[in-house]
Design a protein around this ligand. Structure first.
Ligand code: HPA
Length: 239
């Protein structure tokens, strides 16, 4: 049965889904790294593909859109309606720490947030959203074996990209948060609710400390490395 936001059939998705934010990036990953690719969903041009890796594993790639409401919708439908067991978000993030350079990889061991996503649980406390350790470990091994600079720790999943307060990031940085993106907290919460696996894996595209921004060449190289790490990780959880 199609869901409100995905028009694939049952069985169209693999057990593991790589999830970039951008639908055209999902298309590029599918066309560049997979064979026998099938386009399985097109609602709102949020494309999803299933194909086979060069090591013969069946994986899917589908865009999440931007922000927690968007990834919250797609990850929920994939986990709950399409039998997906593992979602690996791949994307870019801003770097908050001195030793983190543009082009480095960050693995989100945990995610903080300034959103009220976890208010729905009415916990009377603060929910710490964490990655699935086995997926984190597999991604770390993949990043190391590709010779990448990889950092593991907390990220901030922010609701606001263009902040009114230009210095607010410094408080998060002071608490050791490695970088900022906009989706992982909701993904980790959905994985927890659905008893599934999730990981956020990022290329650092800009630095709040060094005021560095990626060149278009660095962006492309970073993208390839991230896709390769994502696929190597996905293969470990695929059929
Ligand atoms: N903020 C939020 N998300 C991001 C950023 C940023 O500065 N850079 C890349 N993704």
């Amino acid at each position: 049965m199609p869901t409100p936001h995905i028009n694939a059939k049952q069985g169209d998705f693999a057990k593991v889904v790589l999830m970039p934010g951008d639908p055209l990036r999902a298309k590029w990953i599918a066309e560049t790294f997979l064979s026998d690719v099938v386009l399985v969903t097109t609602v709102r041009n949020v494309f999803g593909y299933t194909g086979t890796t060069k090591n013969g594993k069946r994986i899917s790639v589908m865009a999440s859109g931007m922000g927690m409401p968007s990834i919250g919708i797609y990850s929920h439908e994939l986990y709950e309606e399409y039998g997906v067991e593992t979602i690996i978000r791949i994307g870019t993030c801003g770097g908050y720490q001195q030793g983190i350079r543009v082009g480095d990889i960050i693995l989100a061991e945990g995610a903080c947030t300034d959103s009220n996503w976890s208010e729905q649980f009415a916990l009377g406390g603060t929910y710490s959203a964490v990655a699935s350790f086995d997926v984190l470990l597999a991604a770390h091994e993949a990043a190391k074996s590709l010779g990448k600079n990889v950092h593991v720790g907390n990220v901030l999943s922010a609701d606001v990209f263009y902040d009114y307060d230009k210095t607010a990031w410094k408080k998060w940085a002071d608490l050791g948060v490695l970088g900022v993106e906009m989706e992982t907290y909701a993904l980790y919460c959905n994985a927890a609710v659905s008893k599934k696996r999730a990981l956020g894996l990022f290329t650092v595209s800009d630095s709040f400390v060094a005021k560095e921004i990626m060149t278009s060449e660095e962006r492309q190289t970073g993208l390839v490395a991230m896709a390769e790490i994502g696929i190597a990780t996905a293969e470990r959880f695929a059929e």
